[in-house]
Structures are given as C-alpha cells and as structure tokens.
Design a protein around this ligand. Structure first.
Ligand code: HEM
Length: 180
C-alpha cells in the first residue's frame, strides 16, 4: 500500500484526536516500518489494518466508522492534490465511473506498484448509481467514505447503501449511491 495513504491516515488521526493519539497508535502497533512513512514509499497493507485496529481501541469508536471517516478526509486530500481528476468530470456520477478507466489508471503511473481496487457499474439513472467494488484488501468502508466525501466536492449529497456480496468476505461490495 502506498505511503500517501499512511501519511494521510496519520494526518487524519492528528487533526481529529491530536498528536498524542498518533504516537499512541504507532506505539500500540507492531509495525515493521516503525511508523515512519514517506508518501512515495510502499508498505504492507497489514500495517494499515493494525493502525485502524489500534485507533478503534484508542478511541472506543468502531473501526468501520473510523475508516469511512478517513475516506472522507482522503477525498479532500485527493481533491486538493489531484484537482485535475475532479475538474475533468462535469458531474459526480461521471467522476465515479471514471475511477476505473481513468483515475486509477493515472494513479498507477504516478505511484508505480499501487494496489488498486476495481469498480464496475451495474446501473445508472439520473439519481442513482449502482457500483461493485472488488479488492482482496477489503477496503469497502474506505471506498464508501471516499464516495460520500467526493459527492460534496461536486455540490451534491449522496446516500450510500452498502451490501457485502455473498461469500466474498468483504472482497466484493455493492454500493447503491442515491443523490438526496
Ligand atoms: C471516489 C473516488 C475514489 C474511490 C471510491 C477510490 C477508492 C479506493 C480504494 C477503496 C482504495 C484502497 C485500495 C483497495 O481497496 O484495494 C484506493 C487506493 C488508492 N487510490 Fe483511489 N479512489 C478514489 C479516487 C482516487 C483519486 C481521485 C485518487 C487520486 C490520486 C486516488 C488514488 C489512490 C491511491 C494513491 C491509492 C493507494 C494505492 C496503494 O495503496 O497501493 N483514488 N482507492
């Protein structure tokens, strides 16, 4: 997993819970990297799981909720650092549909070795988009937070209903995204 996700995660923790929380969760996790991340480095996905688990323990909040909130934080960072991806799409659903064929394709060039999920559209109407997420990393909660946060960038409010696809153990998730 790319270092930019880790540096953003620690920023999110610091902004919301303070610098001591960052130190505490790094100390509580047994991280091969020691928690010293650079945005261009690559680290084990297992470290992200450890950090999220430690944050859930530290705050008493459920890990899925924290990961969703982190996704919303990440959408702001992406919009700030990669605004051209956002300017390219004239509306929110076009943007979501461009993750697979454009955004993550470009991300692979910017961050060689990036491990990215796949998205397929099942249905689109003017007010609803149904997408399937697939990834062995099971980060559907992160995707949900990114979707909700990105909607705001396009000046709309999205409600996302998430269903785990049977037998996939979180590796395949269906998102029903409604504009409200
Ligand atoms: C709503 C829009 C987006 C969604 C739902 C989304 C979803 C995701 C998810 C869920 C992951 C975690 C990896 C996995 O699940 O396998 C990921 C990784 C990543 N995404 Fe996206 N993404 C979005 C937009 C973007 C944008 C605009 C950028 C711009 C740079 C970006 C860059 C990345 C990077 C750098 C990673 C880390 C790859 C790695 O760790 O190796 N994504 N994305």
């Amino acid at each position: 997993m790319k270092g930019v996700v880790f540096t953003e995660f620690l920023d999110f923790v610091g902004d919301r819970y303070g610098a001591n929380a960052v130190d505490d969760i790094i100390d509580a996790s047994d991280l091969p990297s020691g928690g010293a991340y650079t945005s261009v480095g690559t680290y084990s996905h297992a470290e992200m799981v450890q950090l999220c688990t430690a944050l859930a323990e530290h705050t008493g909040e459920p890990a899925p909720e924290l990961v969703r909130d982190f996704g919303t934080h990440l959408s702001c960072s992406f919009a700030r650092d990669h605004h051209r991806f956002f300017e390219r799409s004239s509306n929110f659903f076009d943007f979501l549909e461009s993750i697979e064929g454009h955004i993550h394709v470009e991300v692979r060039k910017l961050y060689p070795g990036a491990e990215l999920p796949s998205f397929t559209t099942e249905l689109r109407t003017p007010t609803q988009l149904v997408m399937q997420y697939r990834s062995p990393r099971r980060m559907g909660d992160l995707a949900e937070g990114l979707i909700v946060g990105t909607a705001r960038r396009f000046g709309v409010e999205a409600r996302v209903q998430t269903t785990l696809i049977d037998g996939s153990d979180g590796q395949a998730v269906r998102f029903v995204v409604d504009l409200v």
